[in-house]
Write a protein that binds this ligand. Structure first.
Ligand SMILES: C[S@@+](CC[C@H](N)C(=O)[O-])C[C@H]1O[C@@H](n2cnc3c(N)ncnc32)[C@H](O)[C@@H]1O
Length: 224
């Protein structure tokens, strides 16, 4: 059943995916009303995704070469639940979430405060295409369901690579019908900090999550 629904969604990729991306990128759906509606419904439905992604982050094999994960950046952090999930699995480490929508940031800040994690989980209003963050300051960049909203994906990937330490990993998850193809991703990444590194784009997890979501994994090349 889950596989059948997933199959239908794959058929929707292409034209429908492009149309939805265009609407999302232009409509500003996360202005206050949109954010309120999203936050009332999505976090409860998406909790299994947040948990699985947080697990992916802390068990990411590519990070074995780094001394430890010391800081994680979430792009398009929305309601803030994923950043909190990750922080719970990485005691003492810093997690930063950035989002374009003020209403999302307000909700996420409140969540971190309620969880007693506001000393090391912070949320900032920012455009992922121009991150107000220092170069090479994160070990992991993670993002869920945000990629299809980015109006300039190449700029966001360039910024994600810039703030990652060499050897750091970007894990980007998106809905299967809206996800870019490997070829489109290669075009966005060309000439950027991930330059020439293989683009891993594929399944993750199983069941419901595998049917609906795609994972893109990029490693920032280590300096020679
Ligand atoms: C569908 S929501 C996903 C939120 C959260 N990651 C989740 O999985 O529930 C997409 C989020 O990406 C944010 N977003 C879109 N474009 C962005 C950009 N260029 N920079 C930062 N955030 C962006 C939106 O404001 C919105 O909060």
């Amino acid at each position: 059943m889950v596989a059948a629904v997933g199959g239908l969604l794959v058929v929707g990729r292409g034209h429908i995916g492009r149309l939805i991306r265009t609407i999302d990128q232009r409509a500003g759906v996360f202005a206050p009303r949109g954010a309120g509606r999203y936050n009332a419904v999505a976090p409860a439905i998406l909790r299994p995704l947040y948990r699985r992604v947080a697990e992916d982050v802390v068990t990411e094999p590519g990070l074995a070469a780094l001394p430890e994960i010391s800081a994680v950046l979430e792009i398009g952090s929305g309601p803030g639940e994923l950043a909190i999930e990750i922080a719970r699995r990485l005691p003492g480490r810093e997690v930063v979430g950035i989002d374009l929508a003020e209403a999302m940031i307000e909700r996420a800040v409140e969540l971190a405060r309620t969880a007693g994690l506001d000393e090391r989980v912070r949320f900032e209003l920012a455009d992922a295409a121009a991150l107000p963050l220092p170069e090479a300051s994160f070990d992991v960049v993670v993002s869920t369901l945000s990629l299809h909203h980015w109006s300039d994906p190449a700029a966001v990937f360039a910024e994600a690579g810039r703030v990652l330490r060499p050897g750091g990993v970007a894990l980007i998850y998106d809905l299967r019908p809206f996800a870019y193809t490997r070829r489109e991703l290669e075009v966005f990444l060309a000439g950027g900090p991930f330059g020439g590194a293989p683009v891993e784009r594929g399944h993750f997890a199983s069941g419901f999550l595998a049917a609906f979501f795609v994972r893109i994994r990029l490693v920032r090349p280590s300096r020679a």
